[in-house]
Design a protein around this ligand. Structure first.
Ligand SMILES: [Zn+2]
Length: 459
């Protein structure tokens, strides 16, 4: 046969084939009641696929030609939640930000599995307290309790799959969520049990206690951003690192006293166990954040960061980690407050160094959309003001629209001399290391006393 003709026939066949398939285009939209920002962002892993602005009816729409099937998440400041998207899907949601997760409902294609995922999320939240009481139990009874909670959920999923048509991908994600959630508690058990019972050493476990570990997949591509899976990995690595140190290192209980040493175990374990890039980078990042935010001695964090660079120098989060490292180093006691610019209520730029001049200052942070945190914080600060009349308490506002901030100063009758607005949260986070919302910075005449104080526990 003539080659050109052959190609032409192949081309025709291919063209026919695609037109016969159902459309791959994906529609994802919905309505947000009481919006807390103007837009919604859709993510696959850490990649933002698209941003959709709300219209005058608070509705948003994503229209994608196709998707990489599976777990996605959408973000509407300051919350996020999962959505499974597959080719040809048309999904609607409705939510009210007053009760973000509780009010969220999906409809359209793939709605059953998405609503199921959400229901599991809420059930897991509710179960937390109950499971915490189980940690006192002996290993066998603990395992039975956890397994029976797991089996109830598996049965619910099974029933759903009988009445609804679940896709393989949806089924797998839902099942993984149930399984890994139950594994988390088993990884945590020896540590929580010891602490709750006040036992001197780790409780002996039956030899088959960790049997489920044979089913763990370390390279599950589509799950690296899925909370149950990712959280499991964190607990699992913590457990393995502890055991590794206990069995392999000479000094007993070294890790309890030495954060650097324990975290070095973690780095080595991640390096040897996790090959999937995204998960590996994220877990490495998690160790770095966790360790650096414990504010170890300067010479220790230097050793840590060197080792980190050796194992994960090309980490996708390396700028953030290096920034955090620099930030933590710059905020050591006895150093000067950084030259960081904020705005007063009249719109003038002021350096926090100048705010701290000639007085004892406590900087604390708040954000308007986090209403409960704001109320608690202001109450707490009022209490501290009475207790420590020598200190000036300075509120630094983050992640709030400027007009809204000004309005809140009026409505909540905050002292304008003690309130400042920050423009760029990334910058605040990097320079002042704001990861913990209850963080505060104590300084005396511009010199840092404790840059990692907590408004609840440090006073
Ligand atoms: Zn060790």
């Amino acid at each position: 046969m003539n080659k050109a003709l052959l190609y032409f026939i192949i081309f025709l066949l291919a063209a026919c084939n695609t037109s016969q398939n159902k459309s791959t285009a994906v529609y994802f939209g919905g309505e947000i009641v009481n919006p807390t920002s103007e837009y919604v962002v859709l993510f696959k892993g850490d990649i933002a696929l698209d941003t959709a602005y709300l219209d005058q009816n608070n509705r948003f729409t994503f229209q994608l030609d196709s998707v990489d099937e599976g777990l996605h998440h959408f973000y509407h400041f300051p919350e996020e939640q999962y959505v499974i998207l597959e080719r040809g899907d048309s999904i609607q949601l409705r939510l009210n930000t007053v009760d973000f997760d509780e009010s969220l409902v999906f409809s359209g294609t793939n709605d059953q599995v998405n609503n199921f995922l959400l229901e599991m999320f809420l059930v897991n939240e509710q179960e937390e307290e109950l499971i915490y009481t189980y940690y006192e139990l002996e290993p066998e009874s603990f395992r039975n309790k956890i397994d029976s909670l797991k089996n109830i959920k598996l049965e619910a999923l099974n029933n759903l799959s009988l009445e609804a048509e679940l896709s393989d991908a949806g089924m797998e994600i839902a099942k993984a969520g149930i399984m890994y959630t139950s594994y988390i508690f088993k990884e945590a058990y020896p540590f929580y049990h010891k602490r709750k019972k006040g036992e001197k050493s780790m409780h002996n476990l039956p030899p088959d206690f960790y049997d489920y570990r044979a089913d763990i997949k370390y390279d599950e591509n589509g799950l690296s951003y899925y909370r149950p899976y990712y959280n499991f990995m964190k607990y699992h690595l913590g457990n393995l690192s502890y055991m590794d140190c206990k069995n392999g290192c000479e000094t007993e209980n070294m890790m309890a006293k030495n954060q650097l040493h324990f975290n070095q175990h973690k780095l080595k374990l991640i390096d040897s166990l996790i090959k999937q890039n995204e998960l590996r980078d994220n877990l490495f990042r998690n160790v770095a954040m966790d360790y650096l935010l414990k504010y170890d001695k300067e010479e220790n964090i230097e050793i840590f960061i060197k080792e980190f660079h050796q194992l994960s120098g090309n980490n996708r989060h390396i700028h953030e980690i290096n920034g955090l490292y620099d930030g933590v180093r710059n905020l050591q006691p006895q150093k000067e407050l950084p030259e960081f610019l904020v705005y007063d209520s009249e719109g003038n730029k002021v350096s926090i160094k100048d705010i701290g001049k000639d007085r004892m200052v406590v900087f604390y942070f708040w954000s308007a959309p986090r209403k409960r945190h704001f109320t608690n914080m202001i109450n707490r600060i009022n209490l501290l003001k009475e207790k420590y009349p020598d200190y000036t308490f300075i509120g630094l506002n983050v992640r709030t629209d400027h007009a809204r901030w000004n309005n809140m100063l009026e409505v909540s009758q905050l002292d304008k001399n003690e309130q400042f607005w920050t423009e760029n949260f990334e910058e605040v986070a990097h320079t002042l290391i704001v990861y913990d919302p209850n963080r505060s910075i104590i300084a005396n005449d511009g010199i840092i006393v404790d840059a990692f104080a907590n408004v609840y526990t440090s006073f």
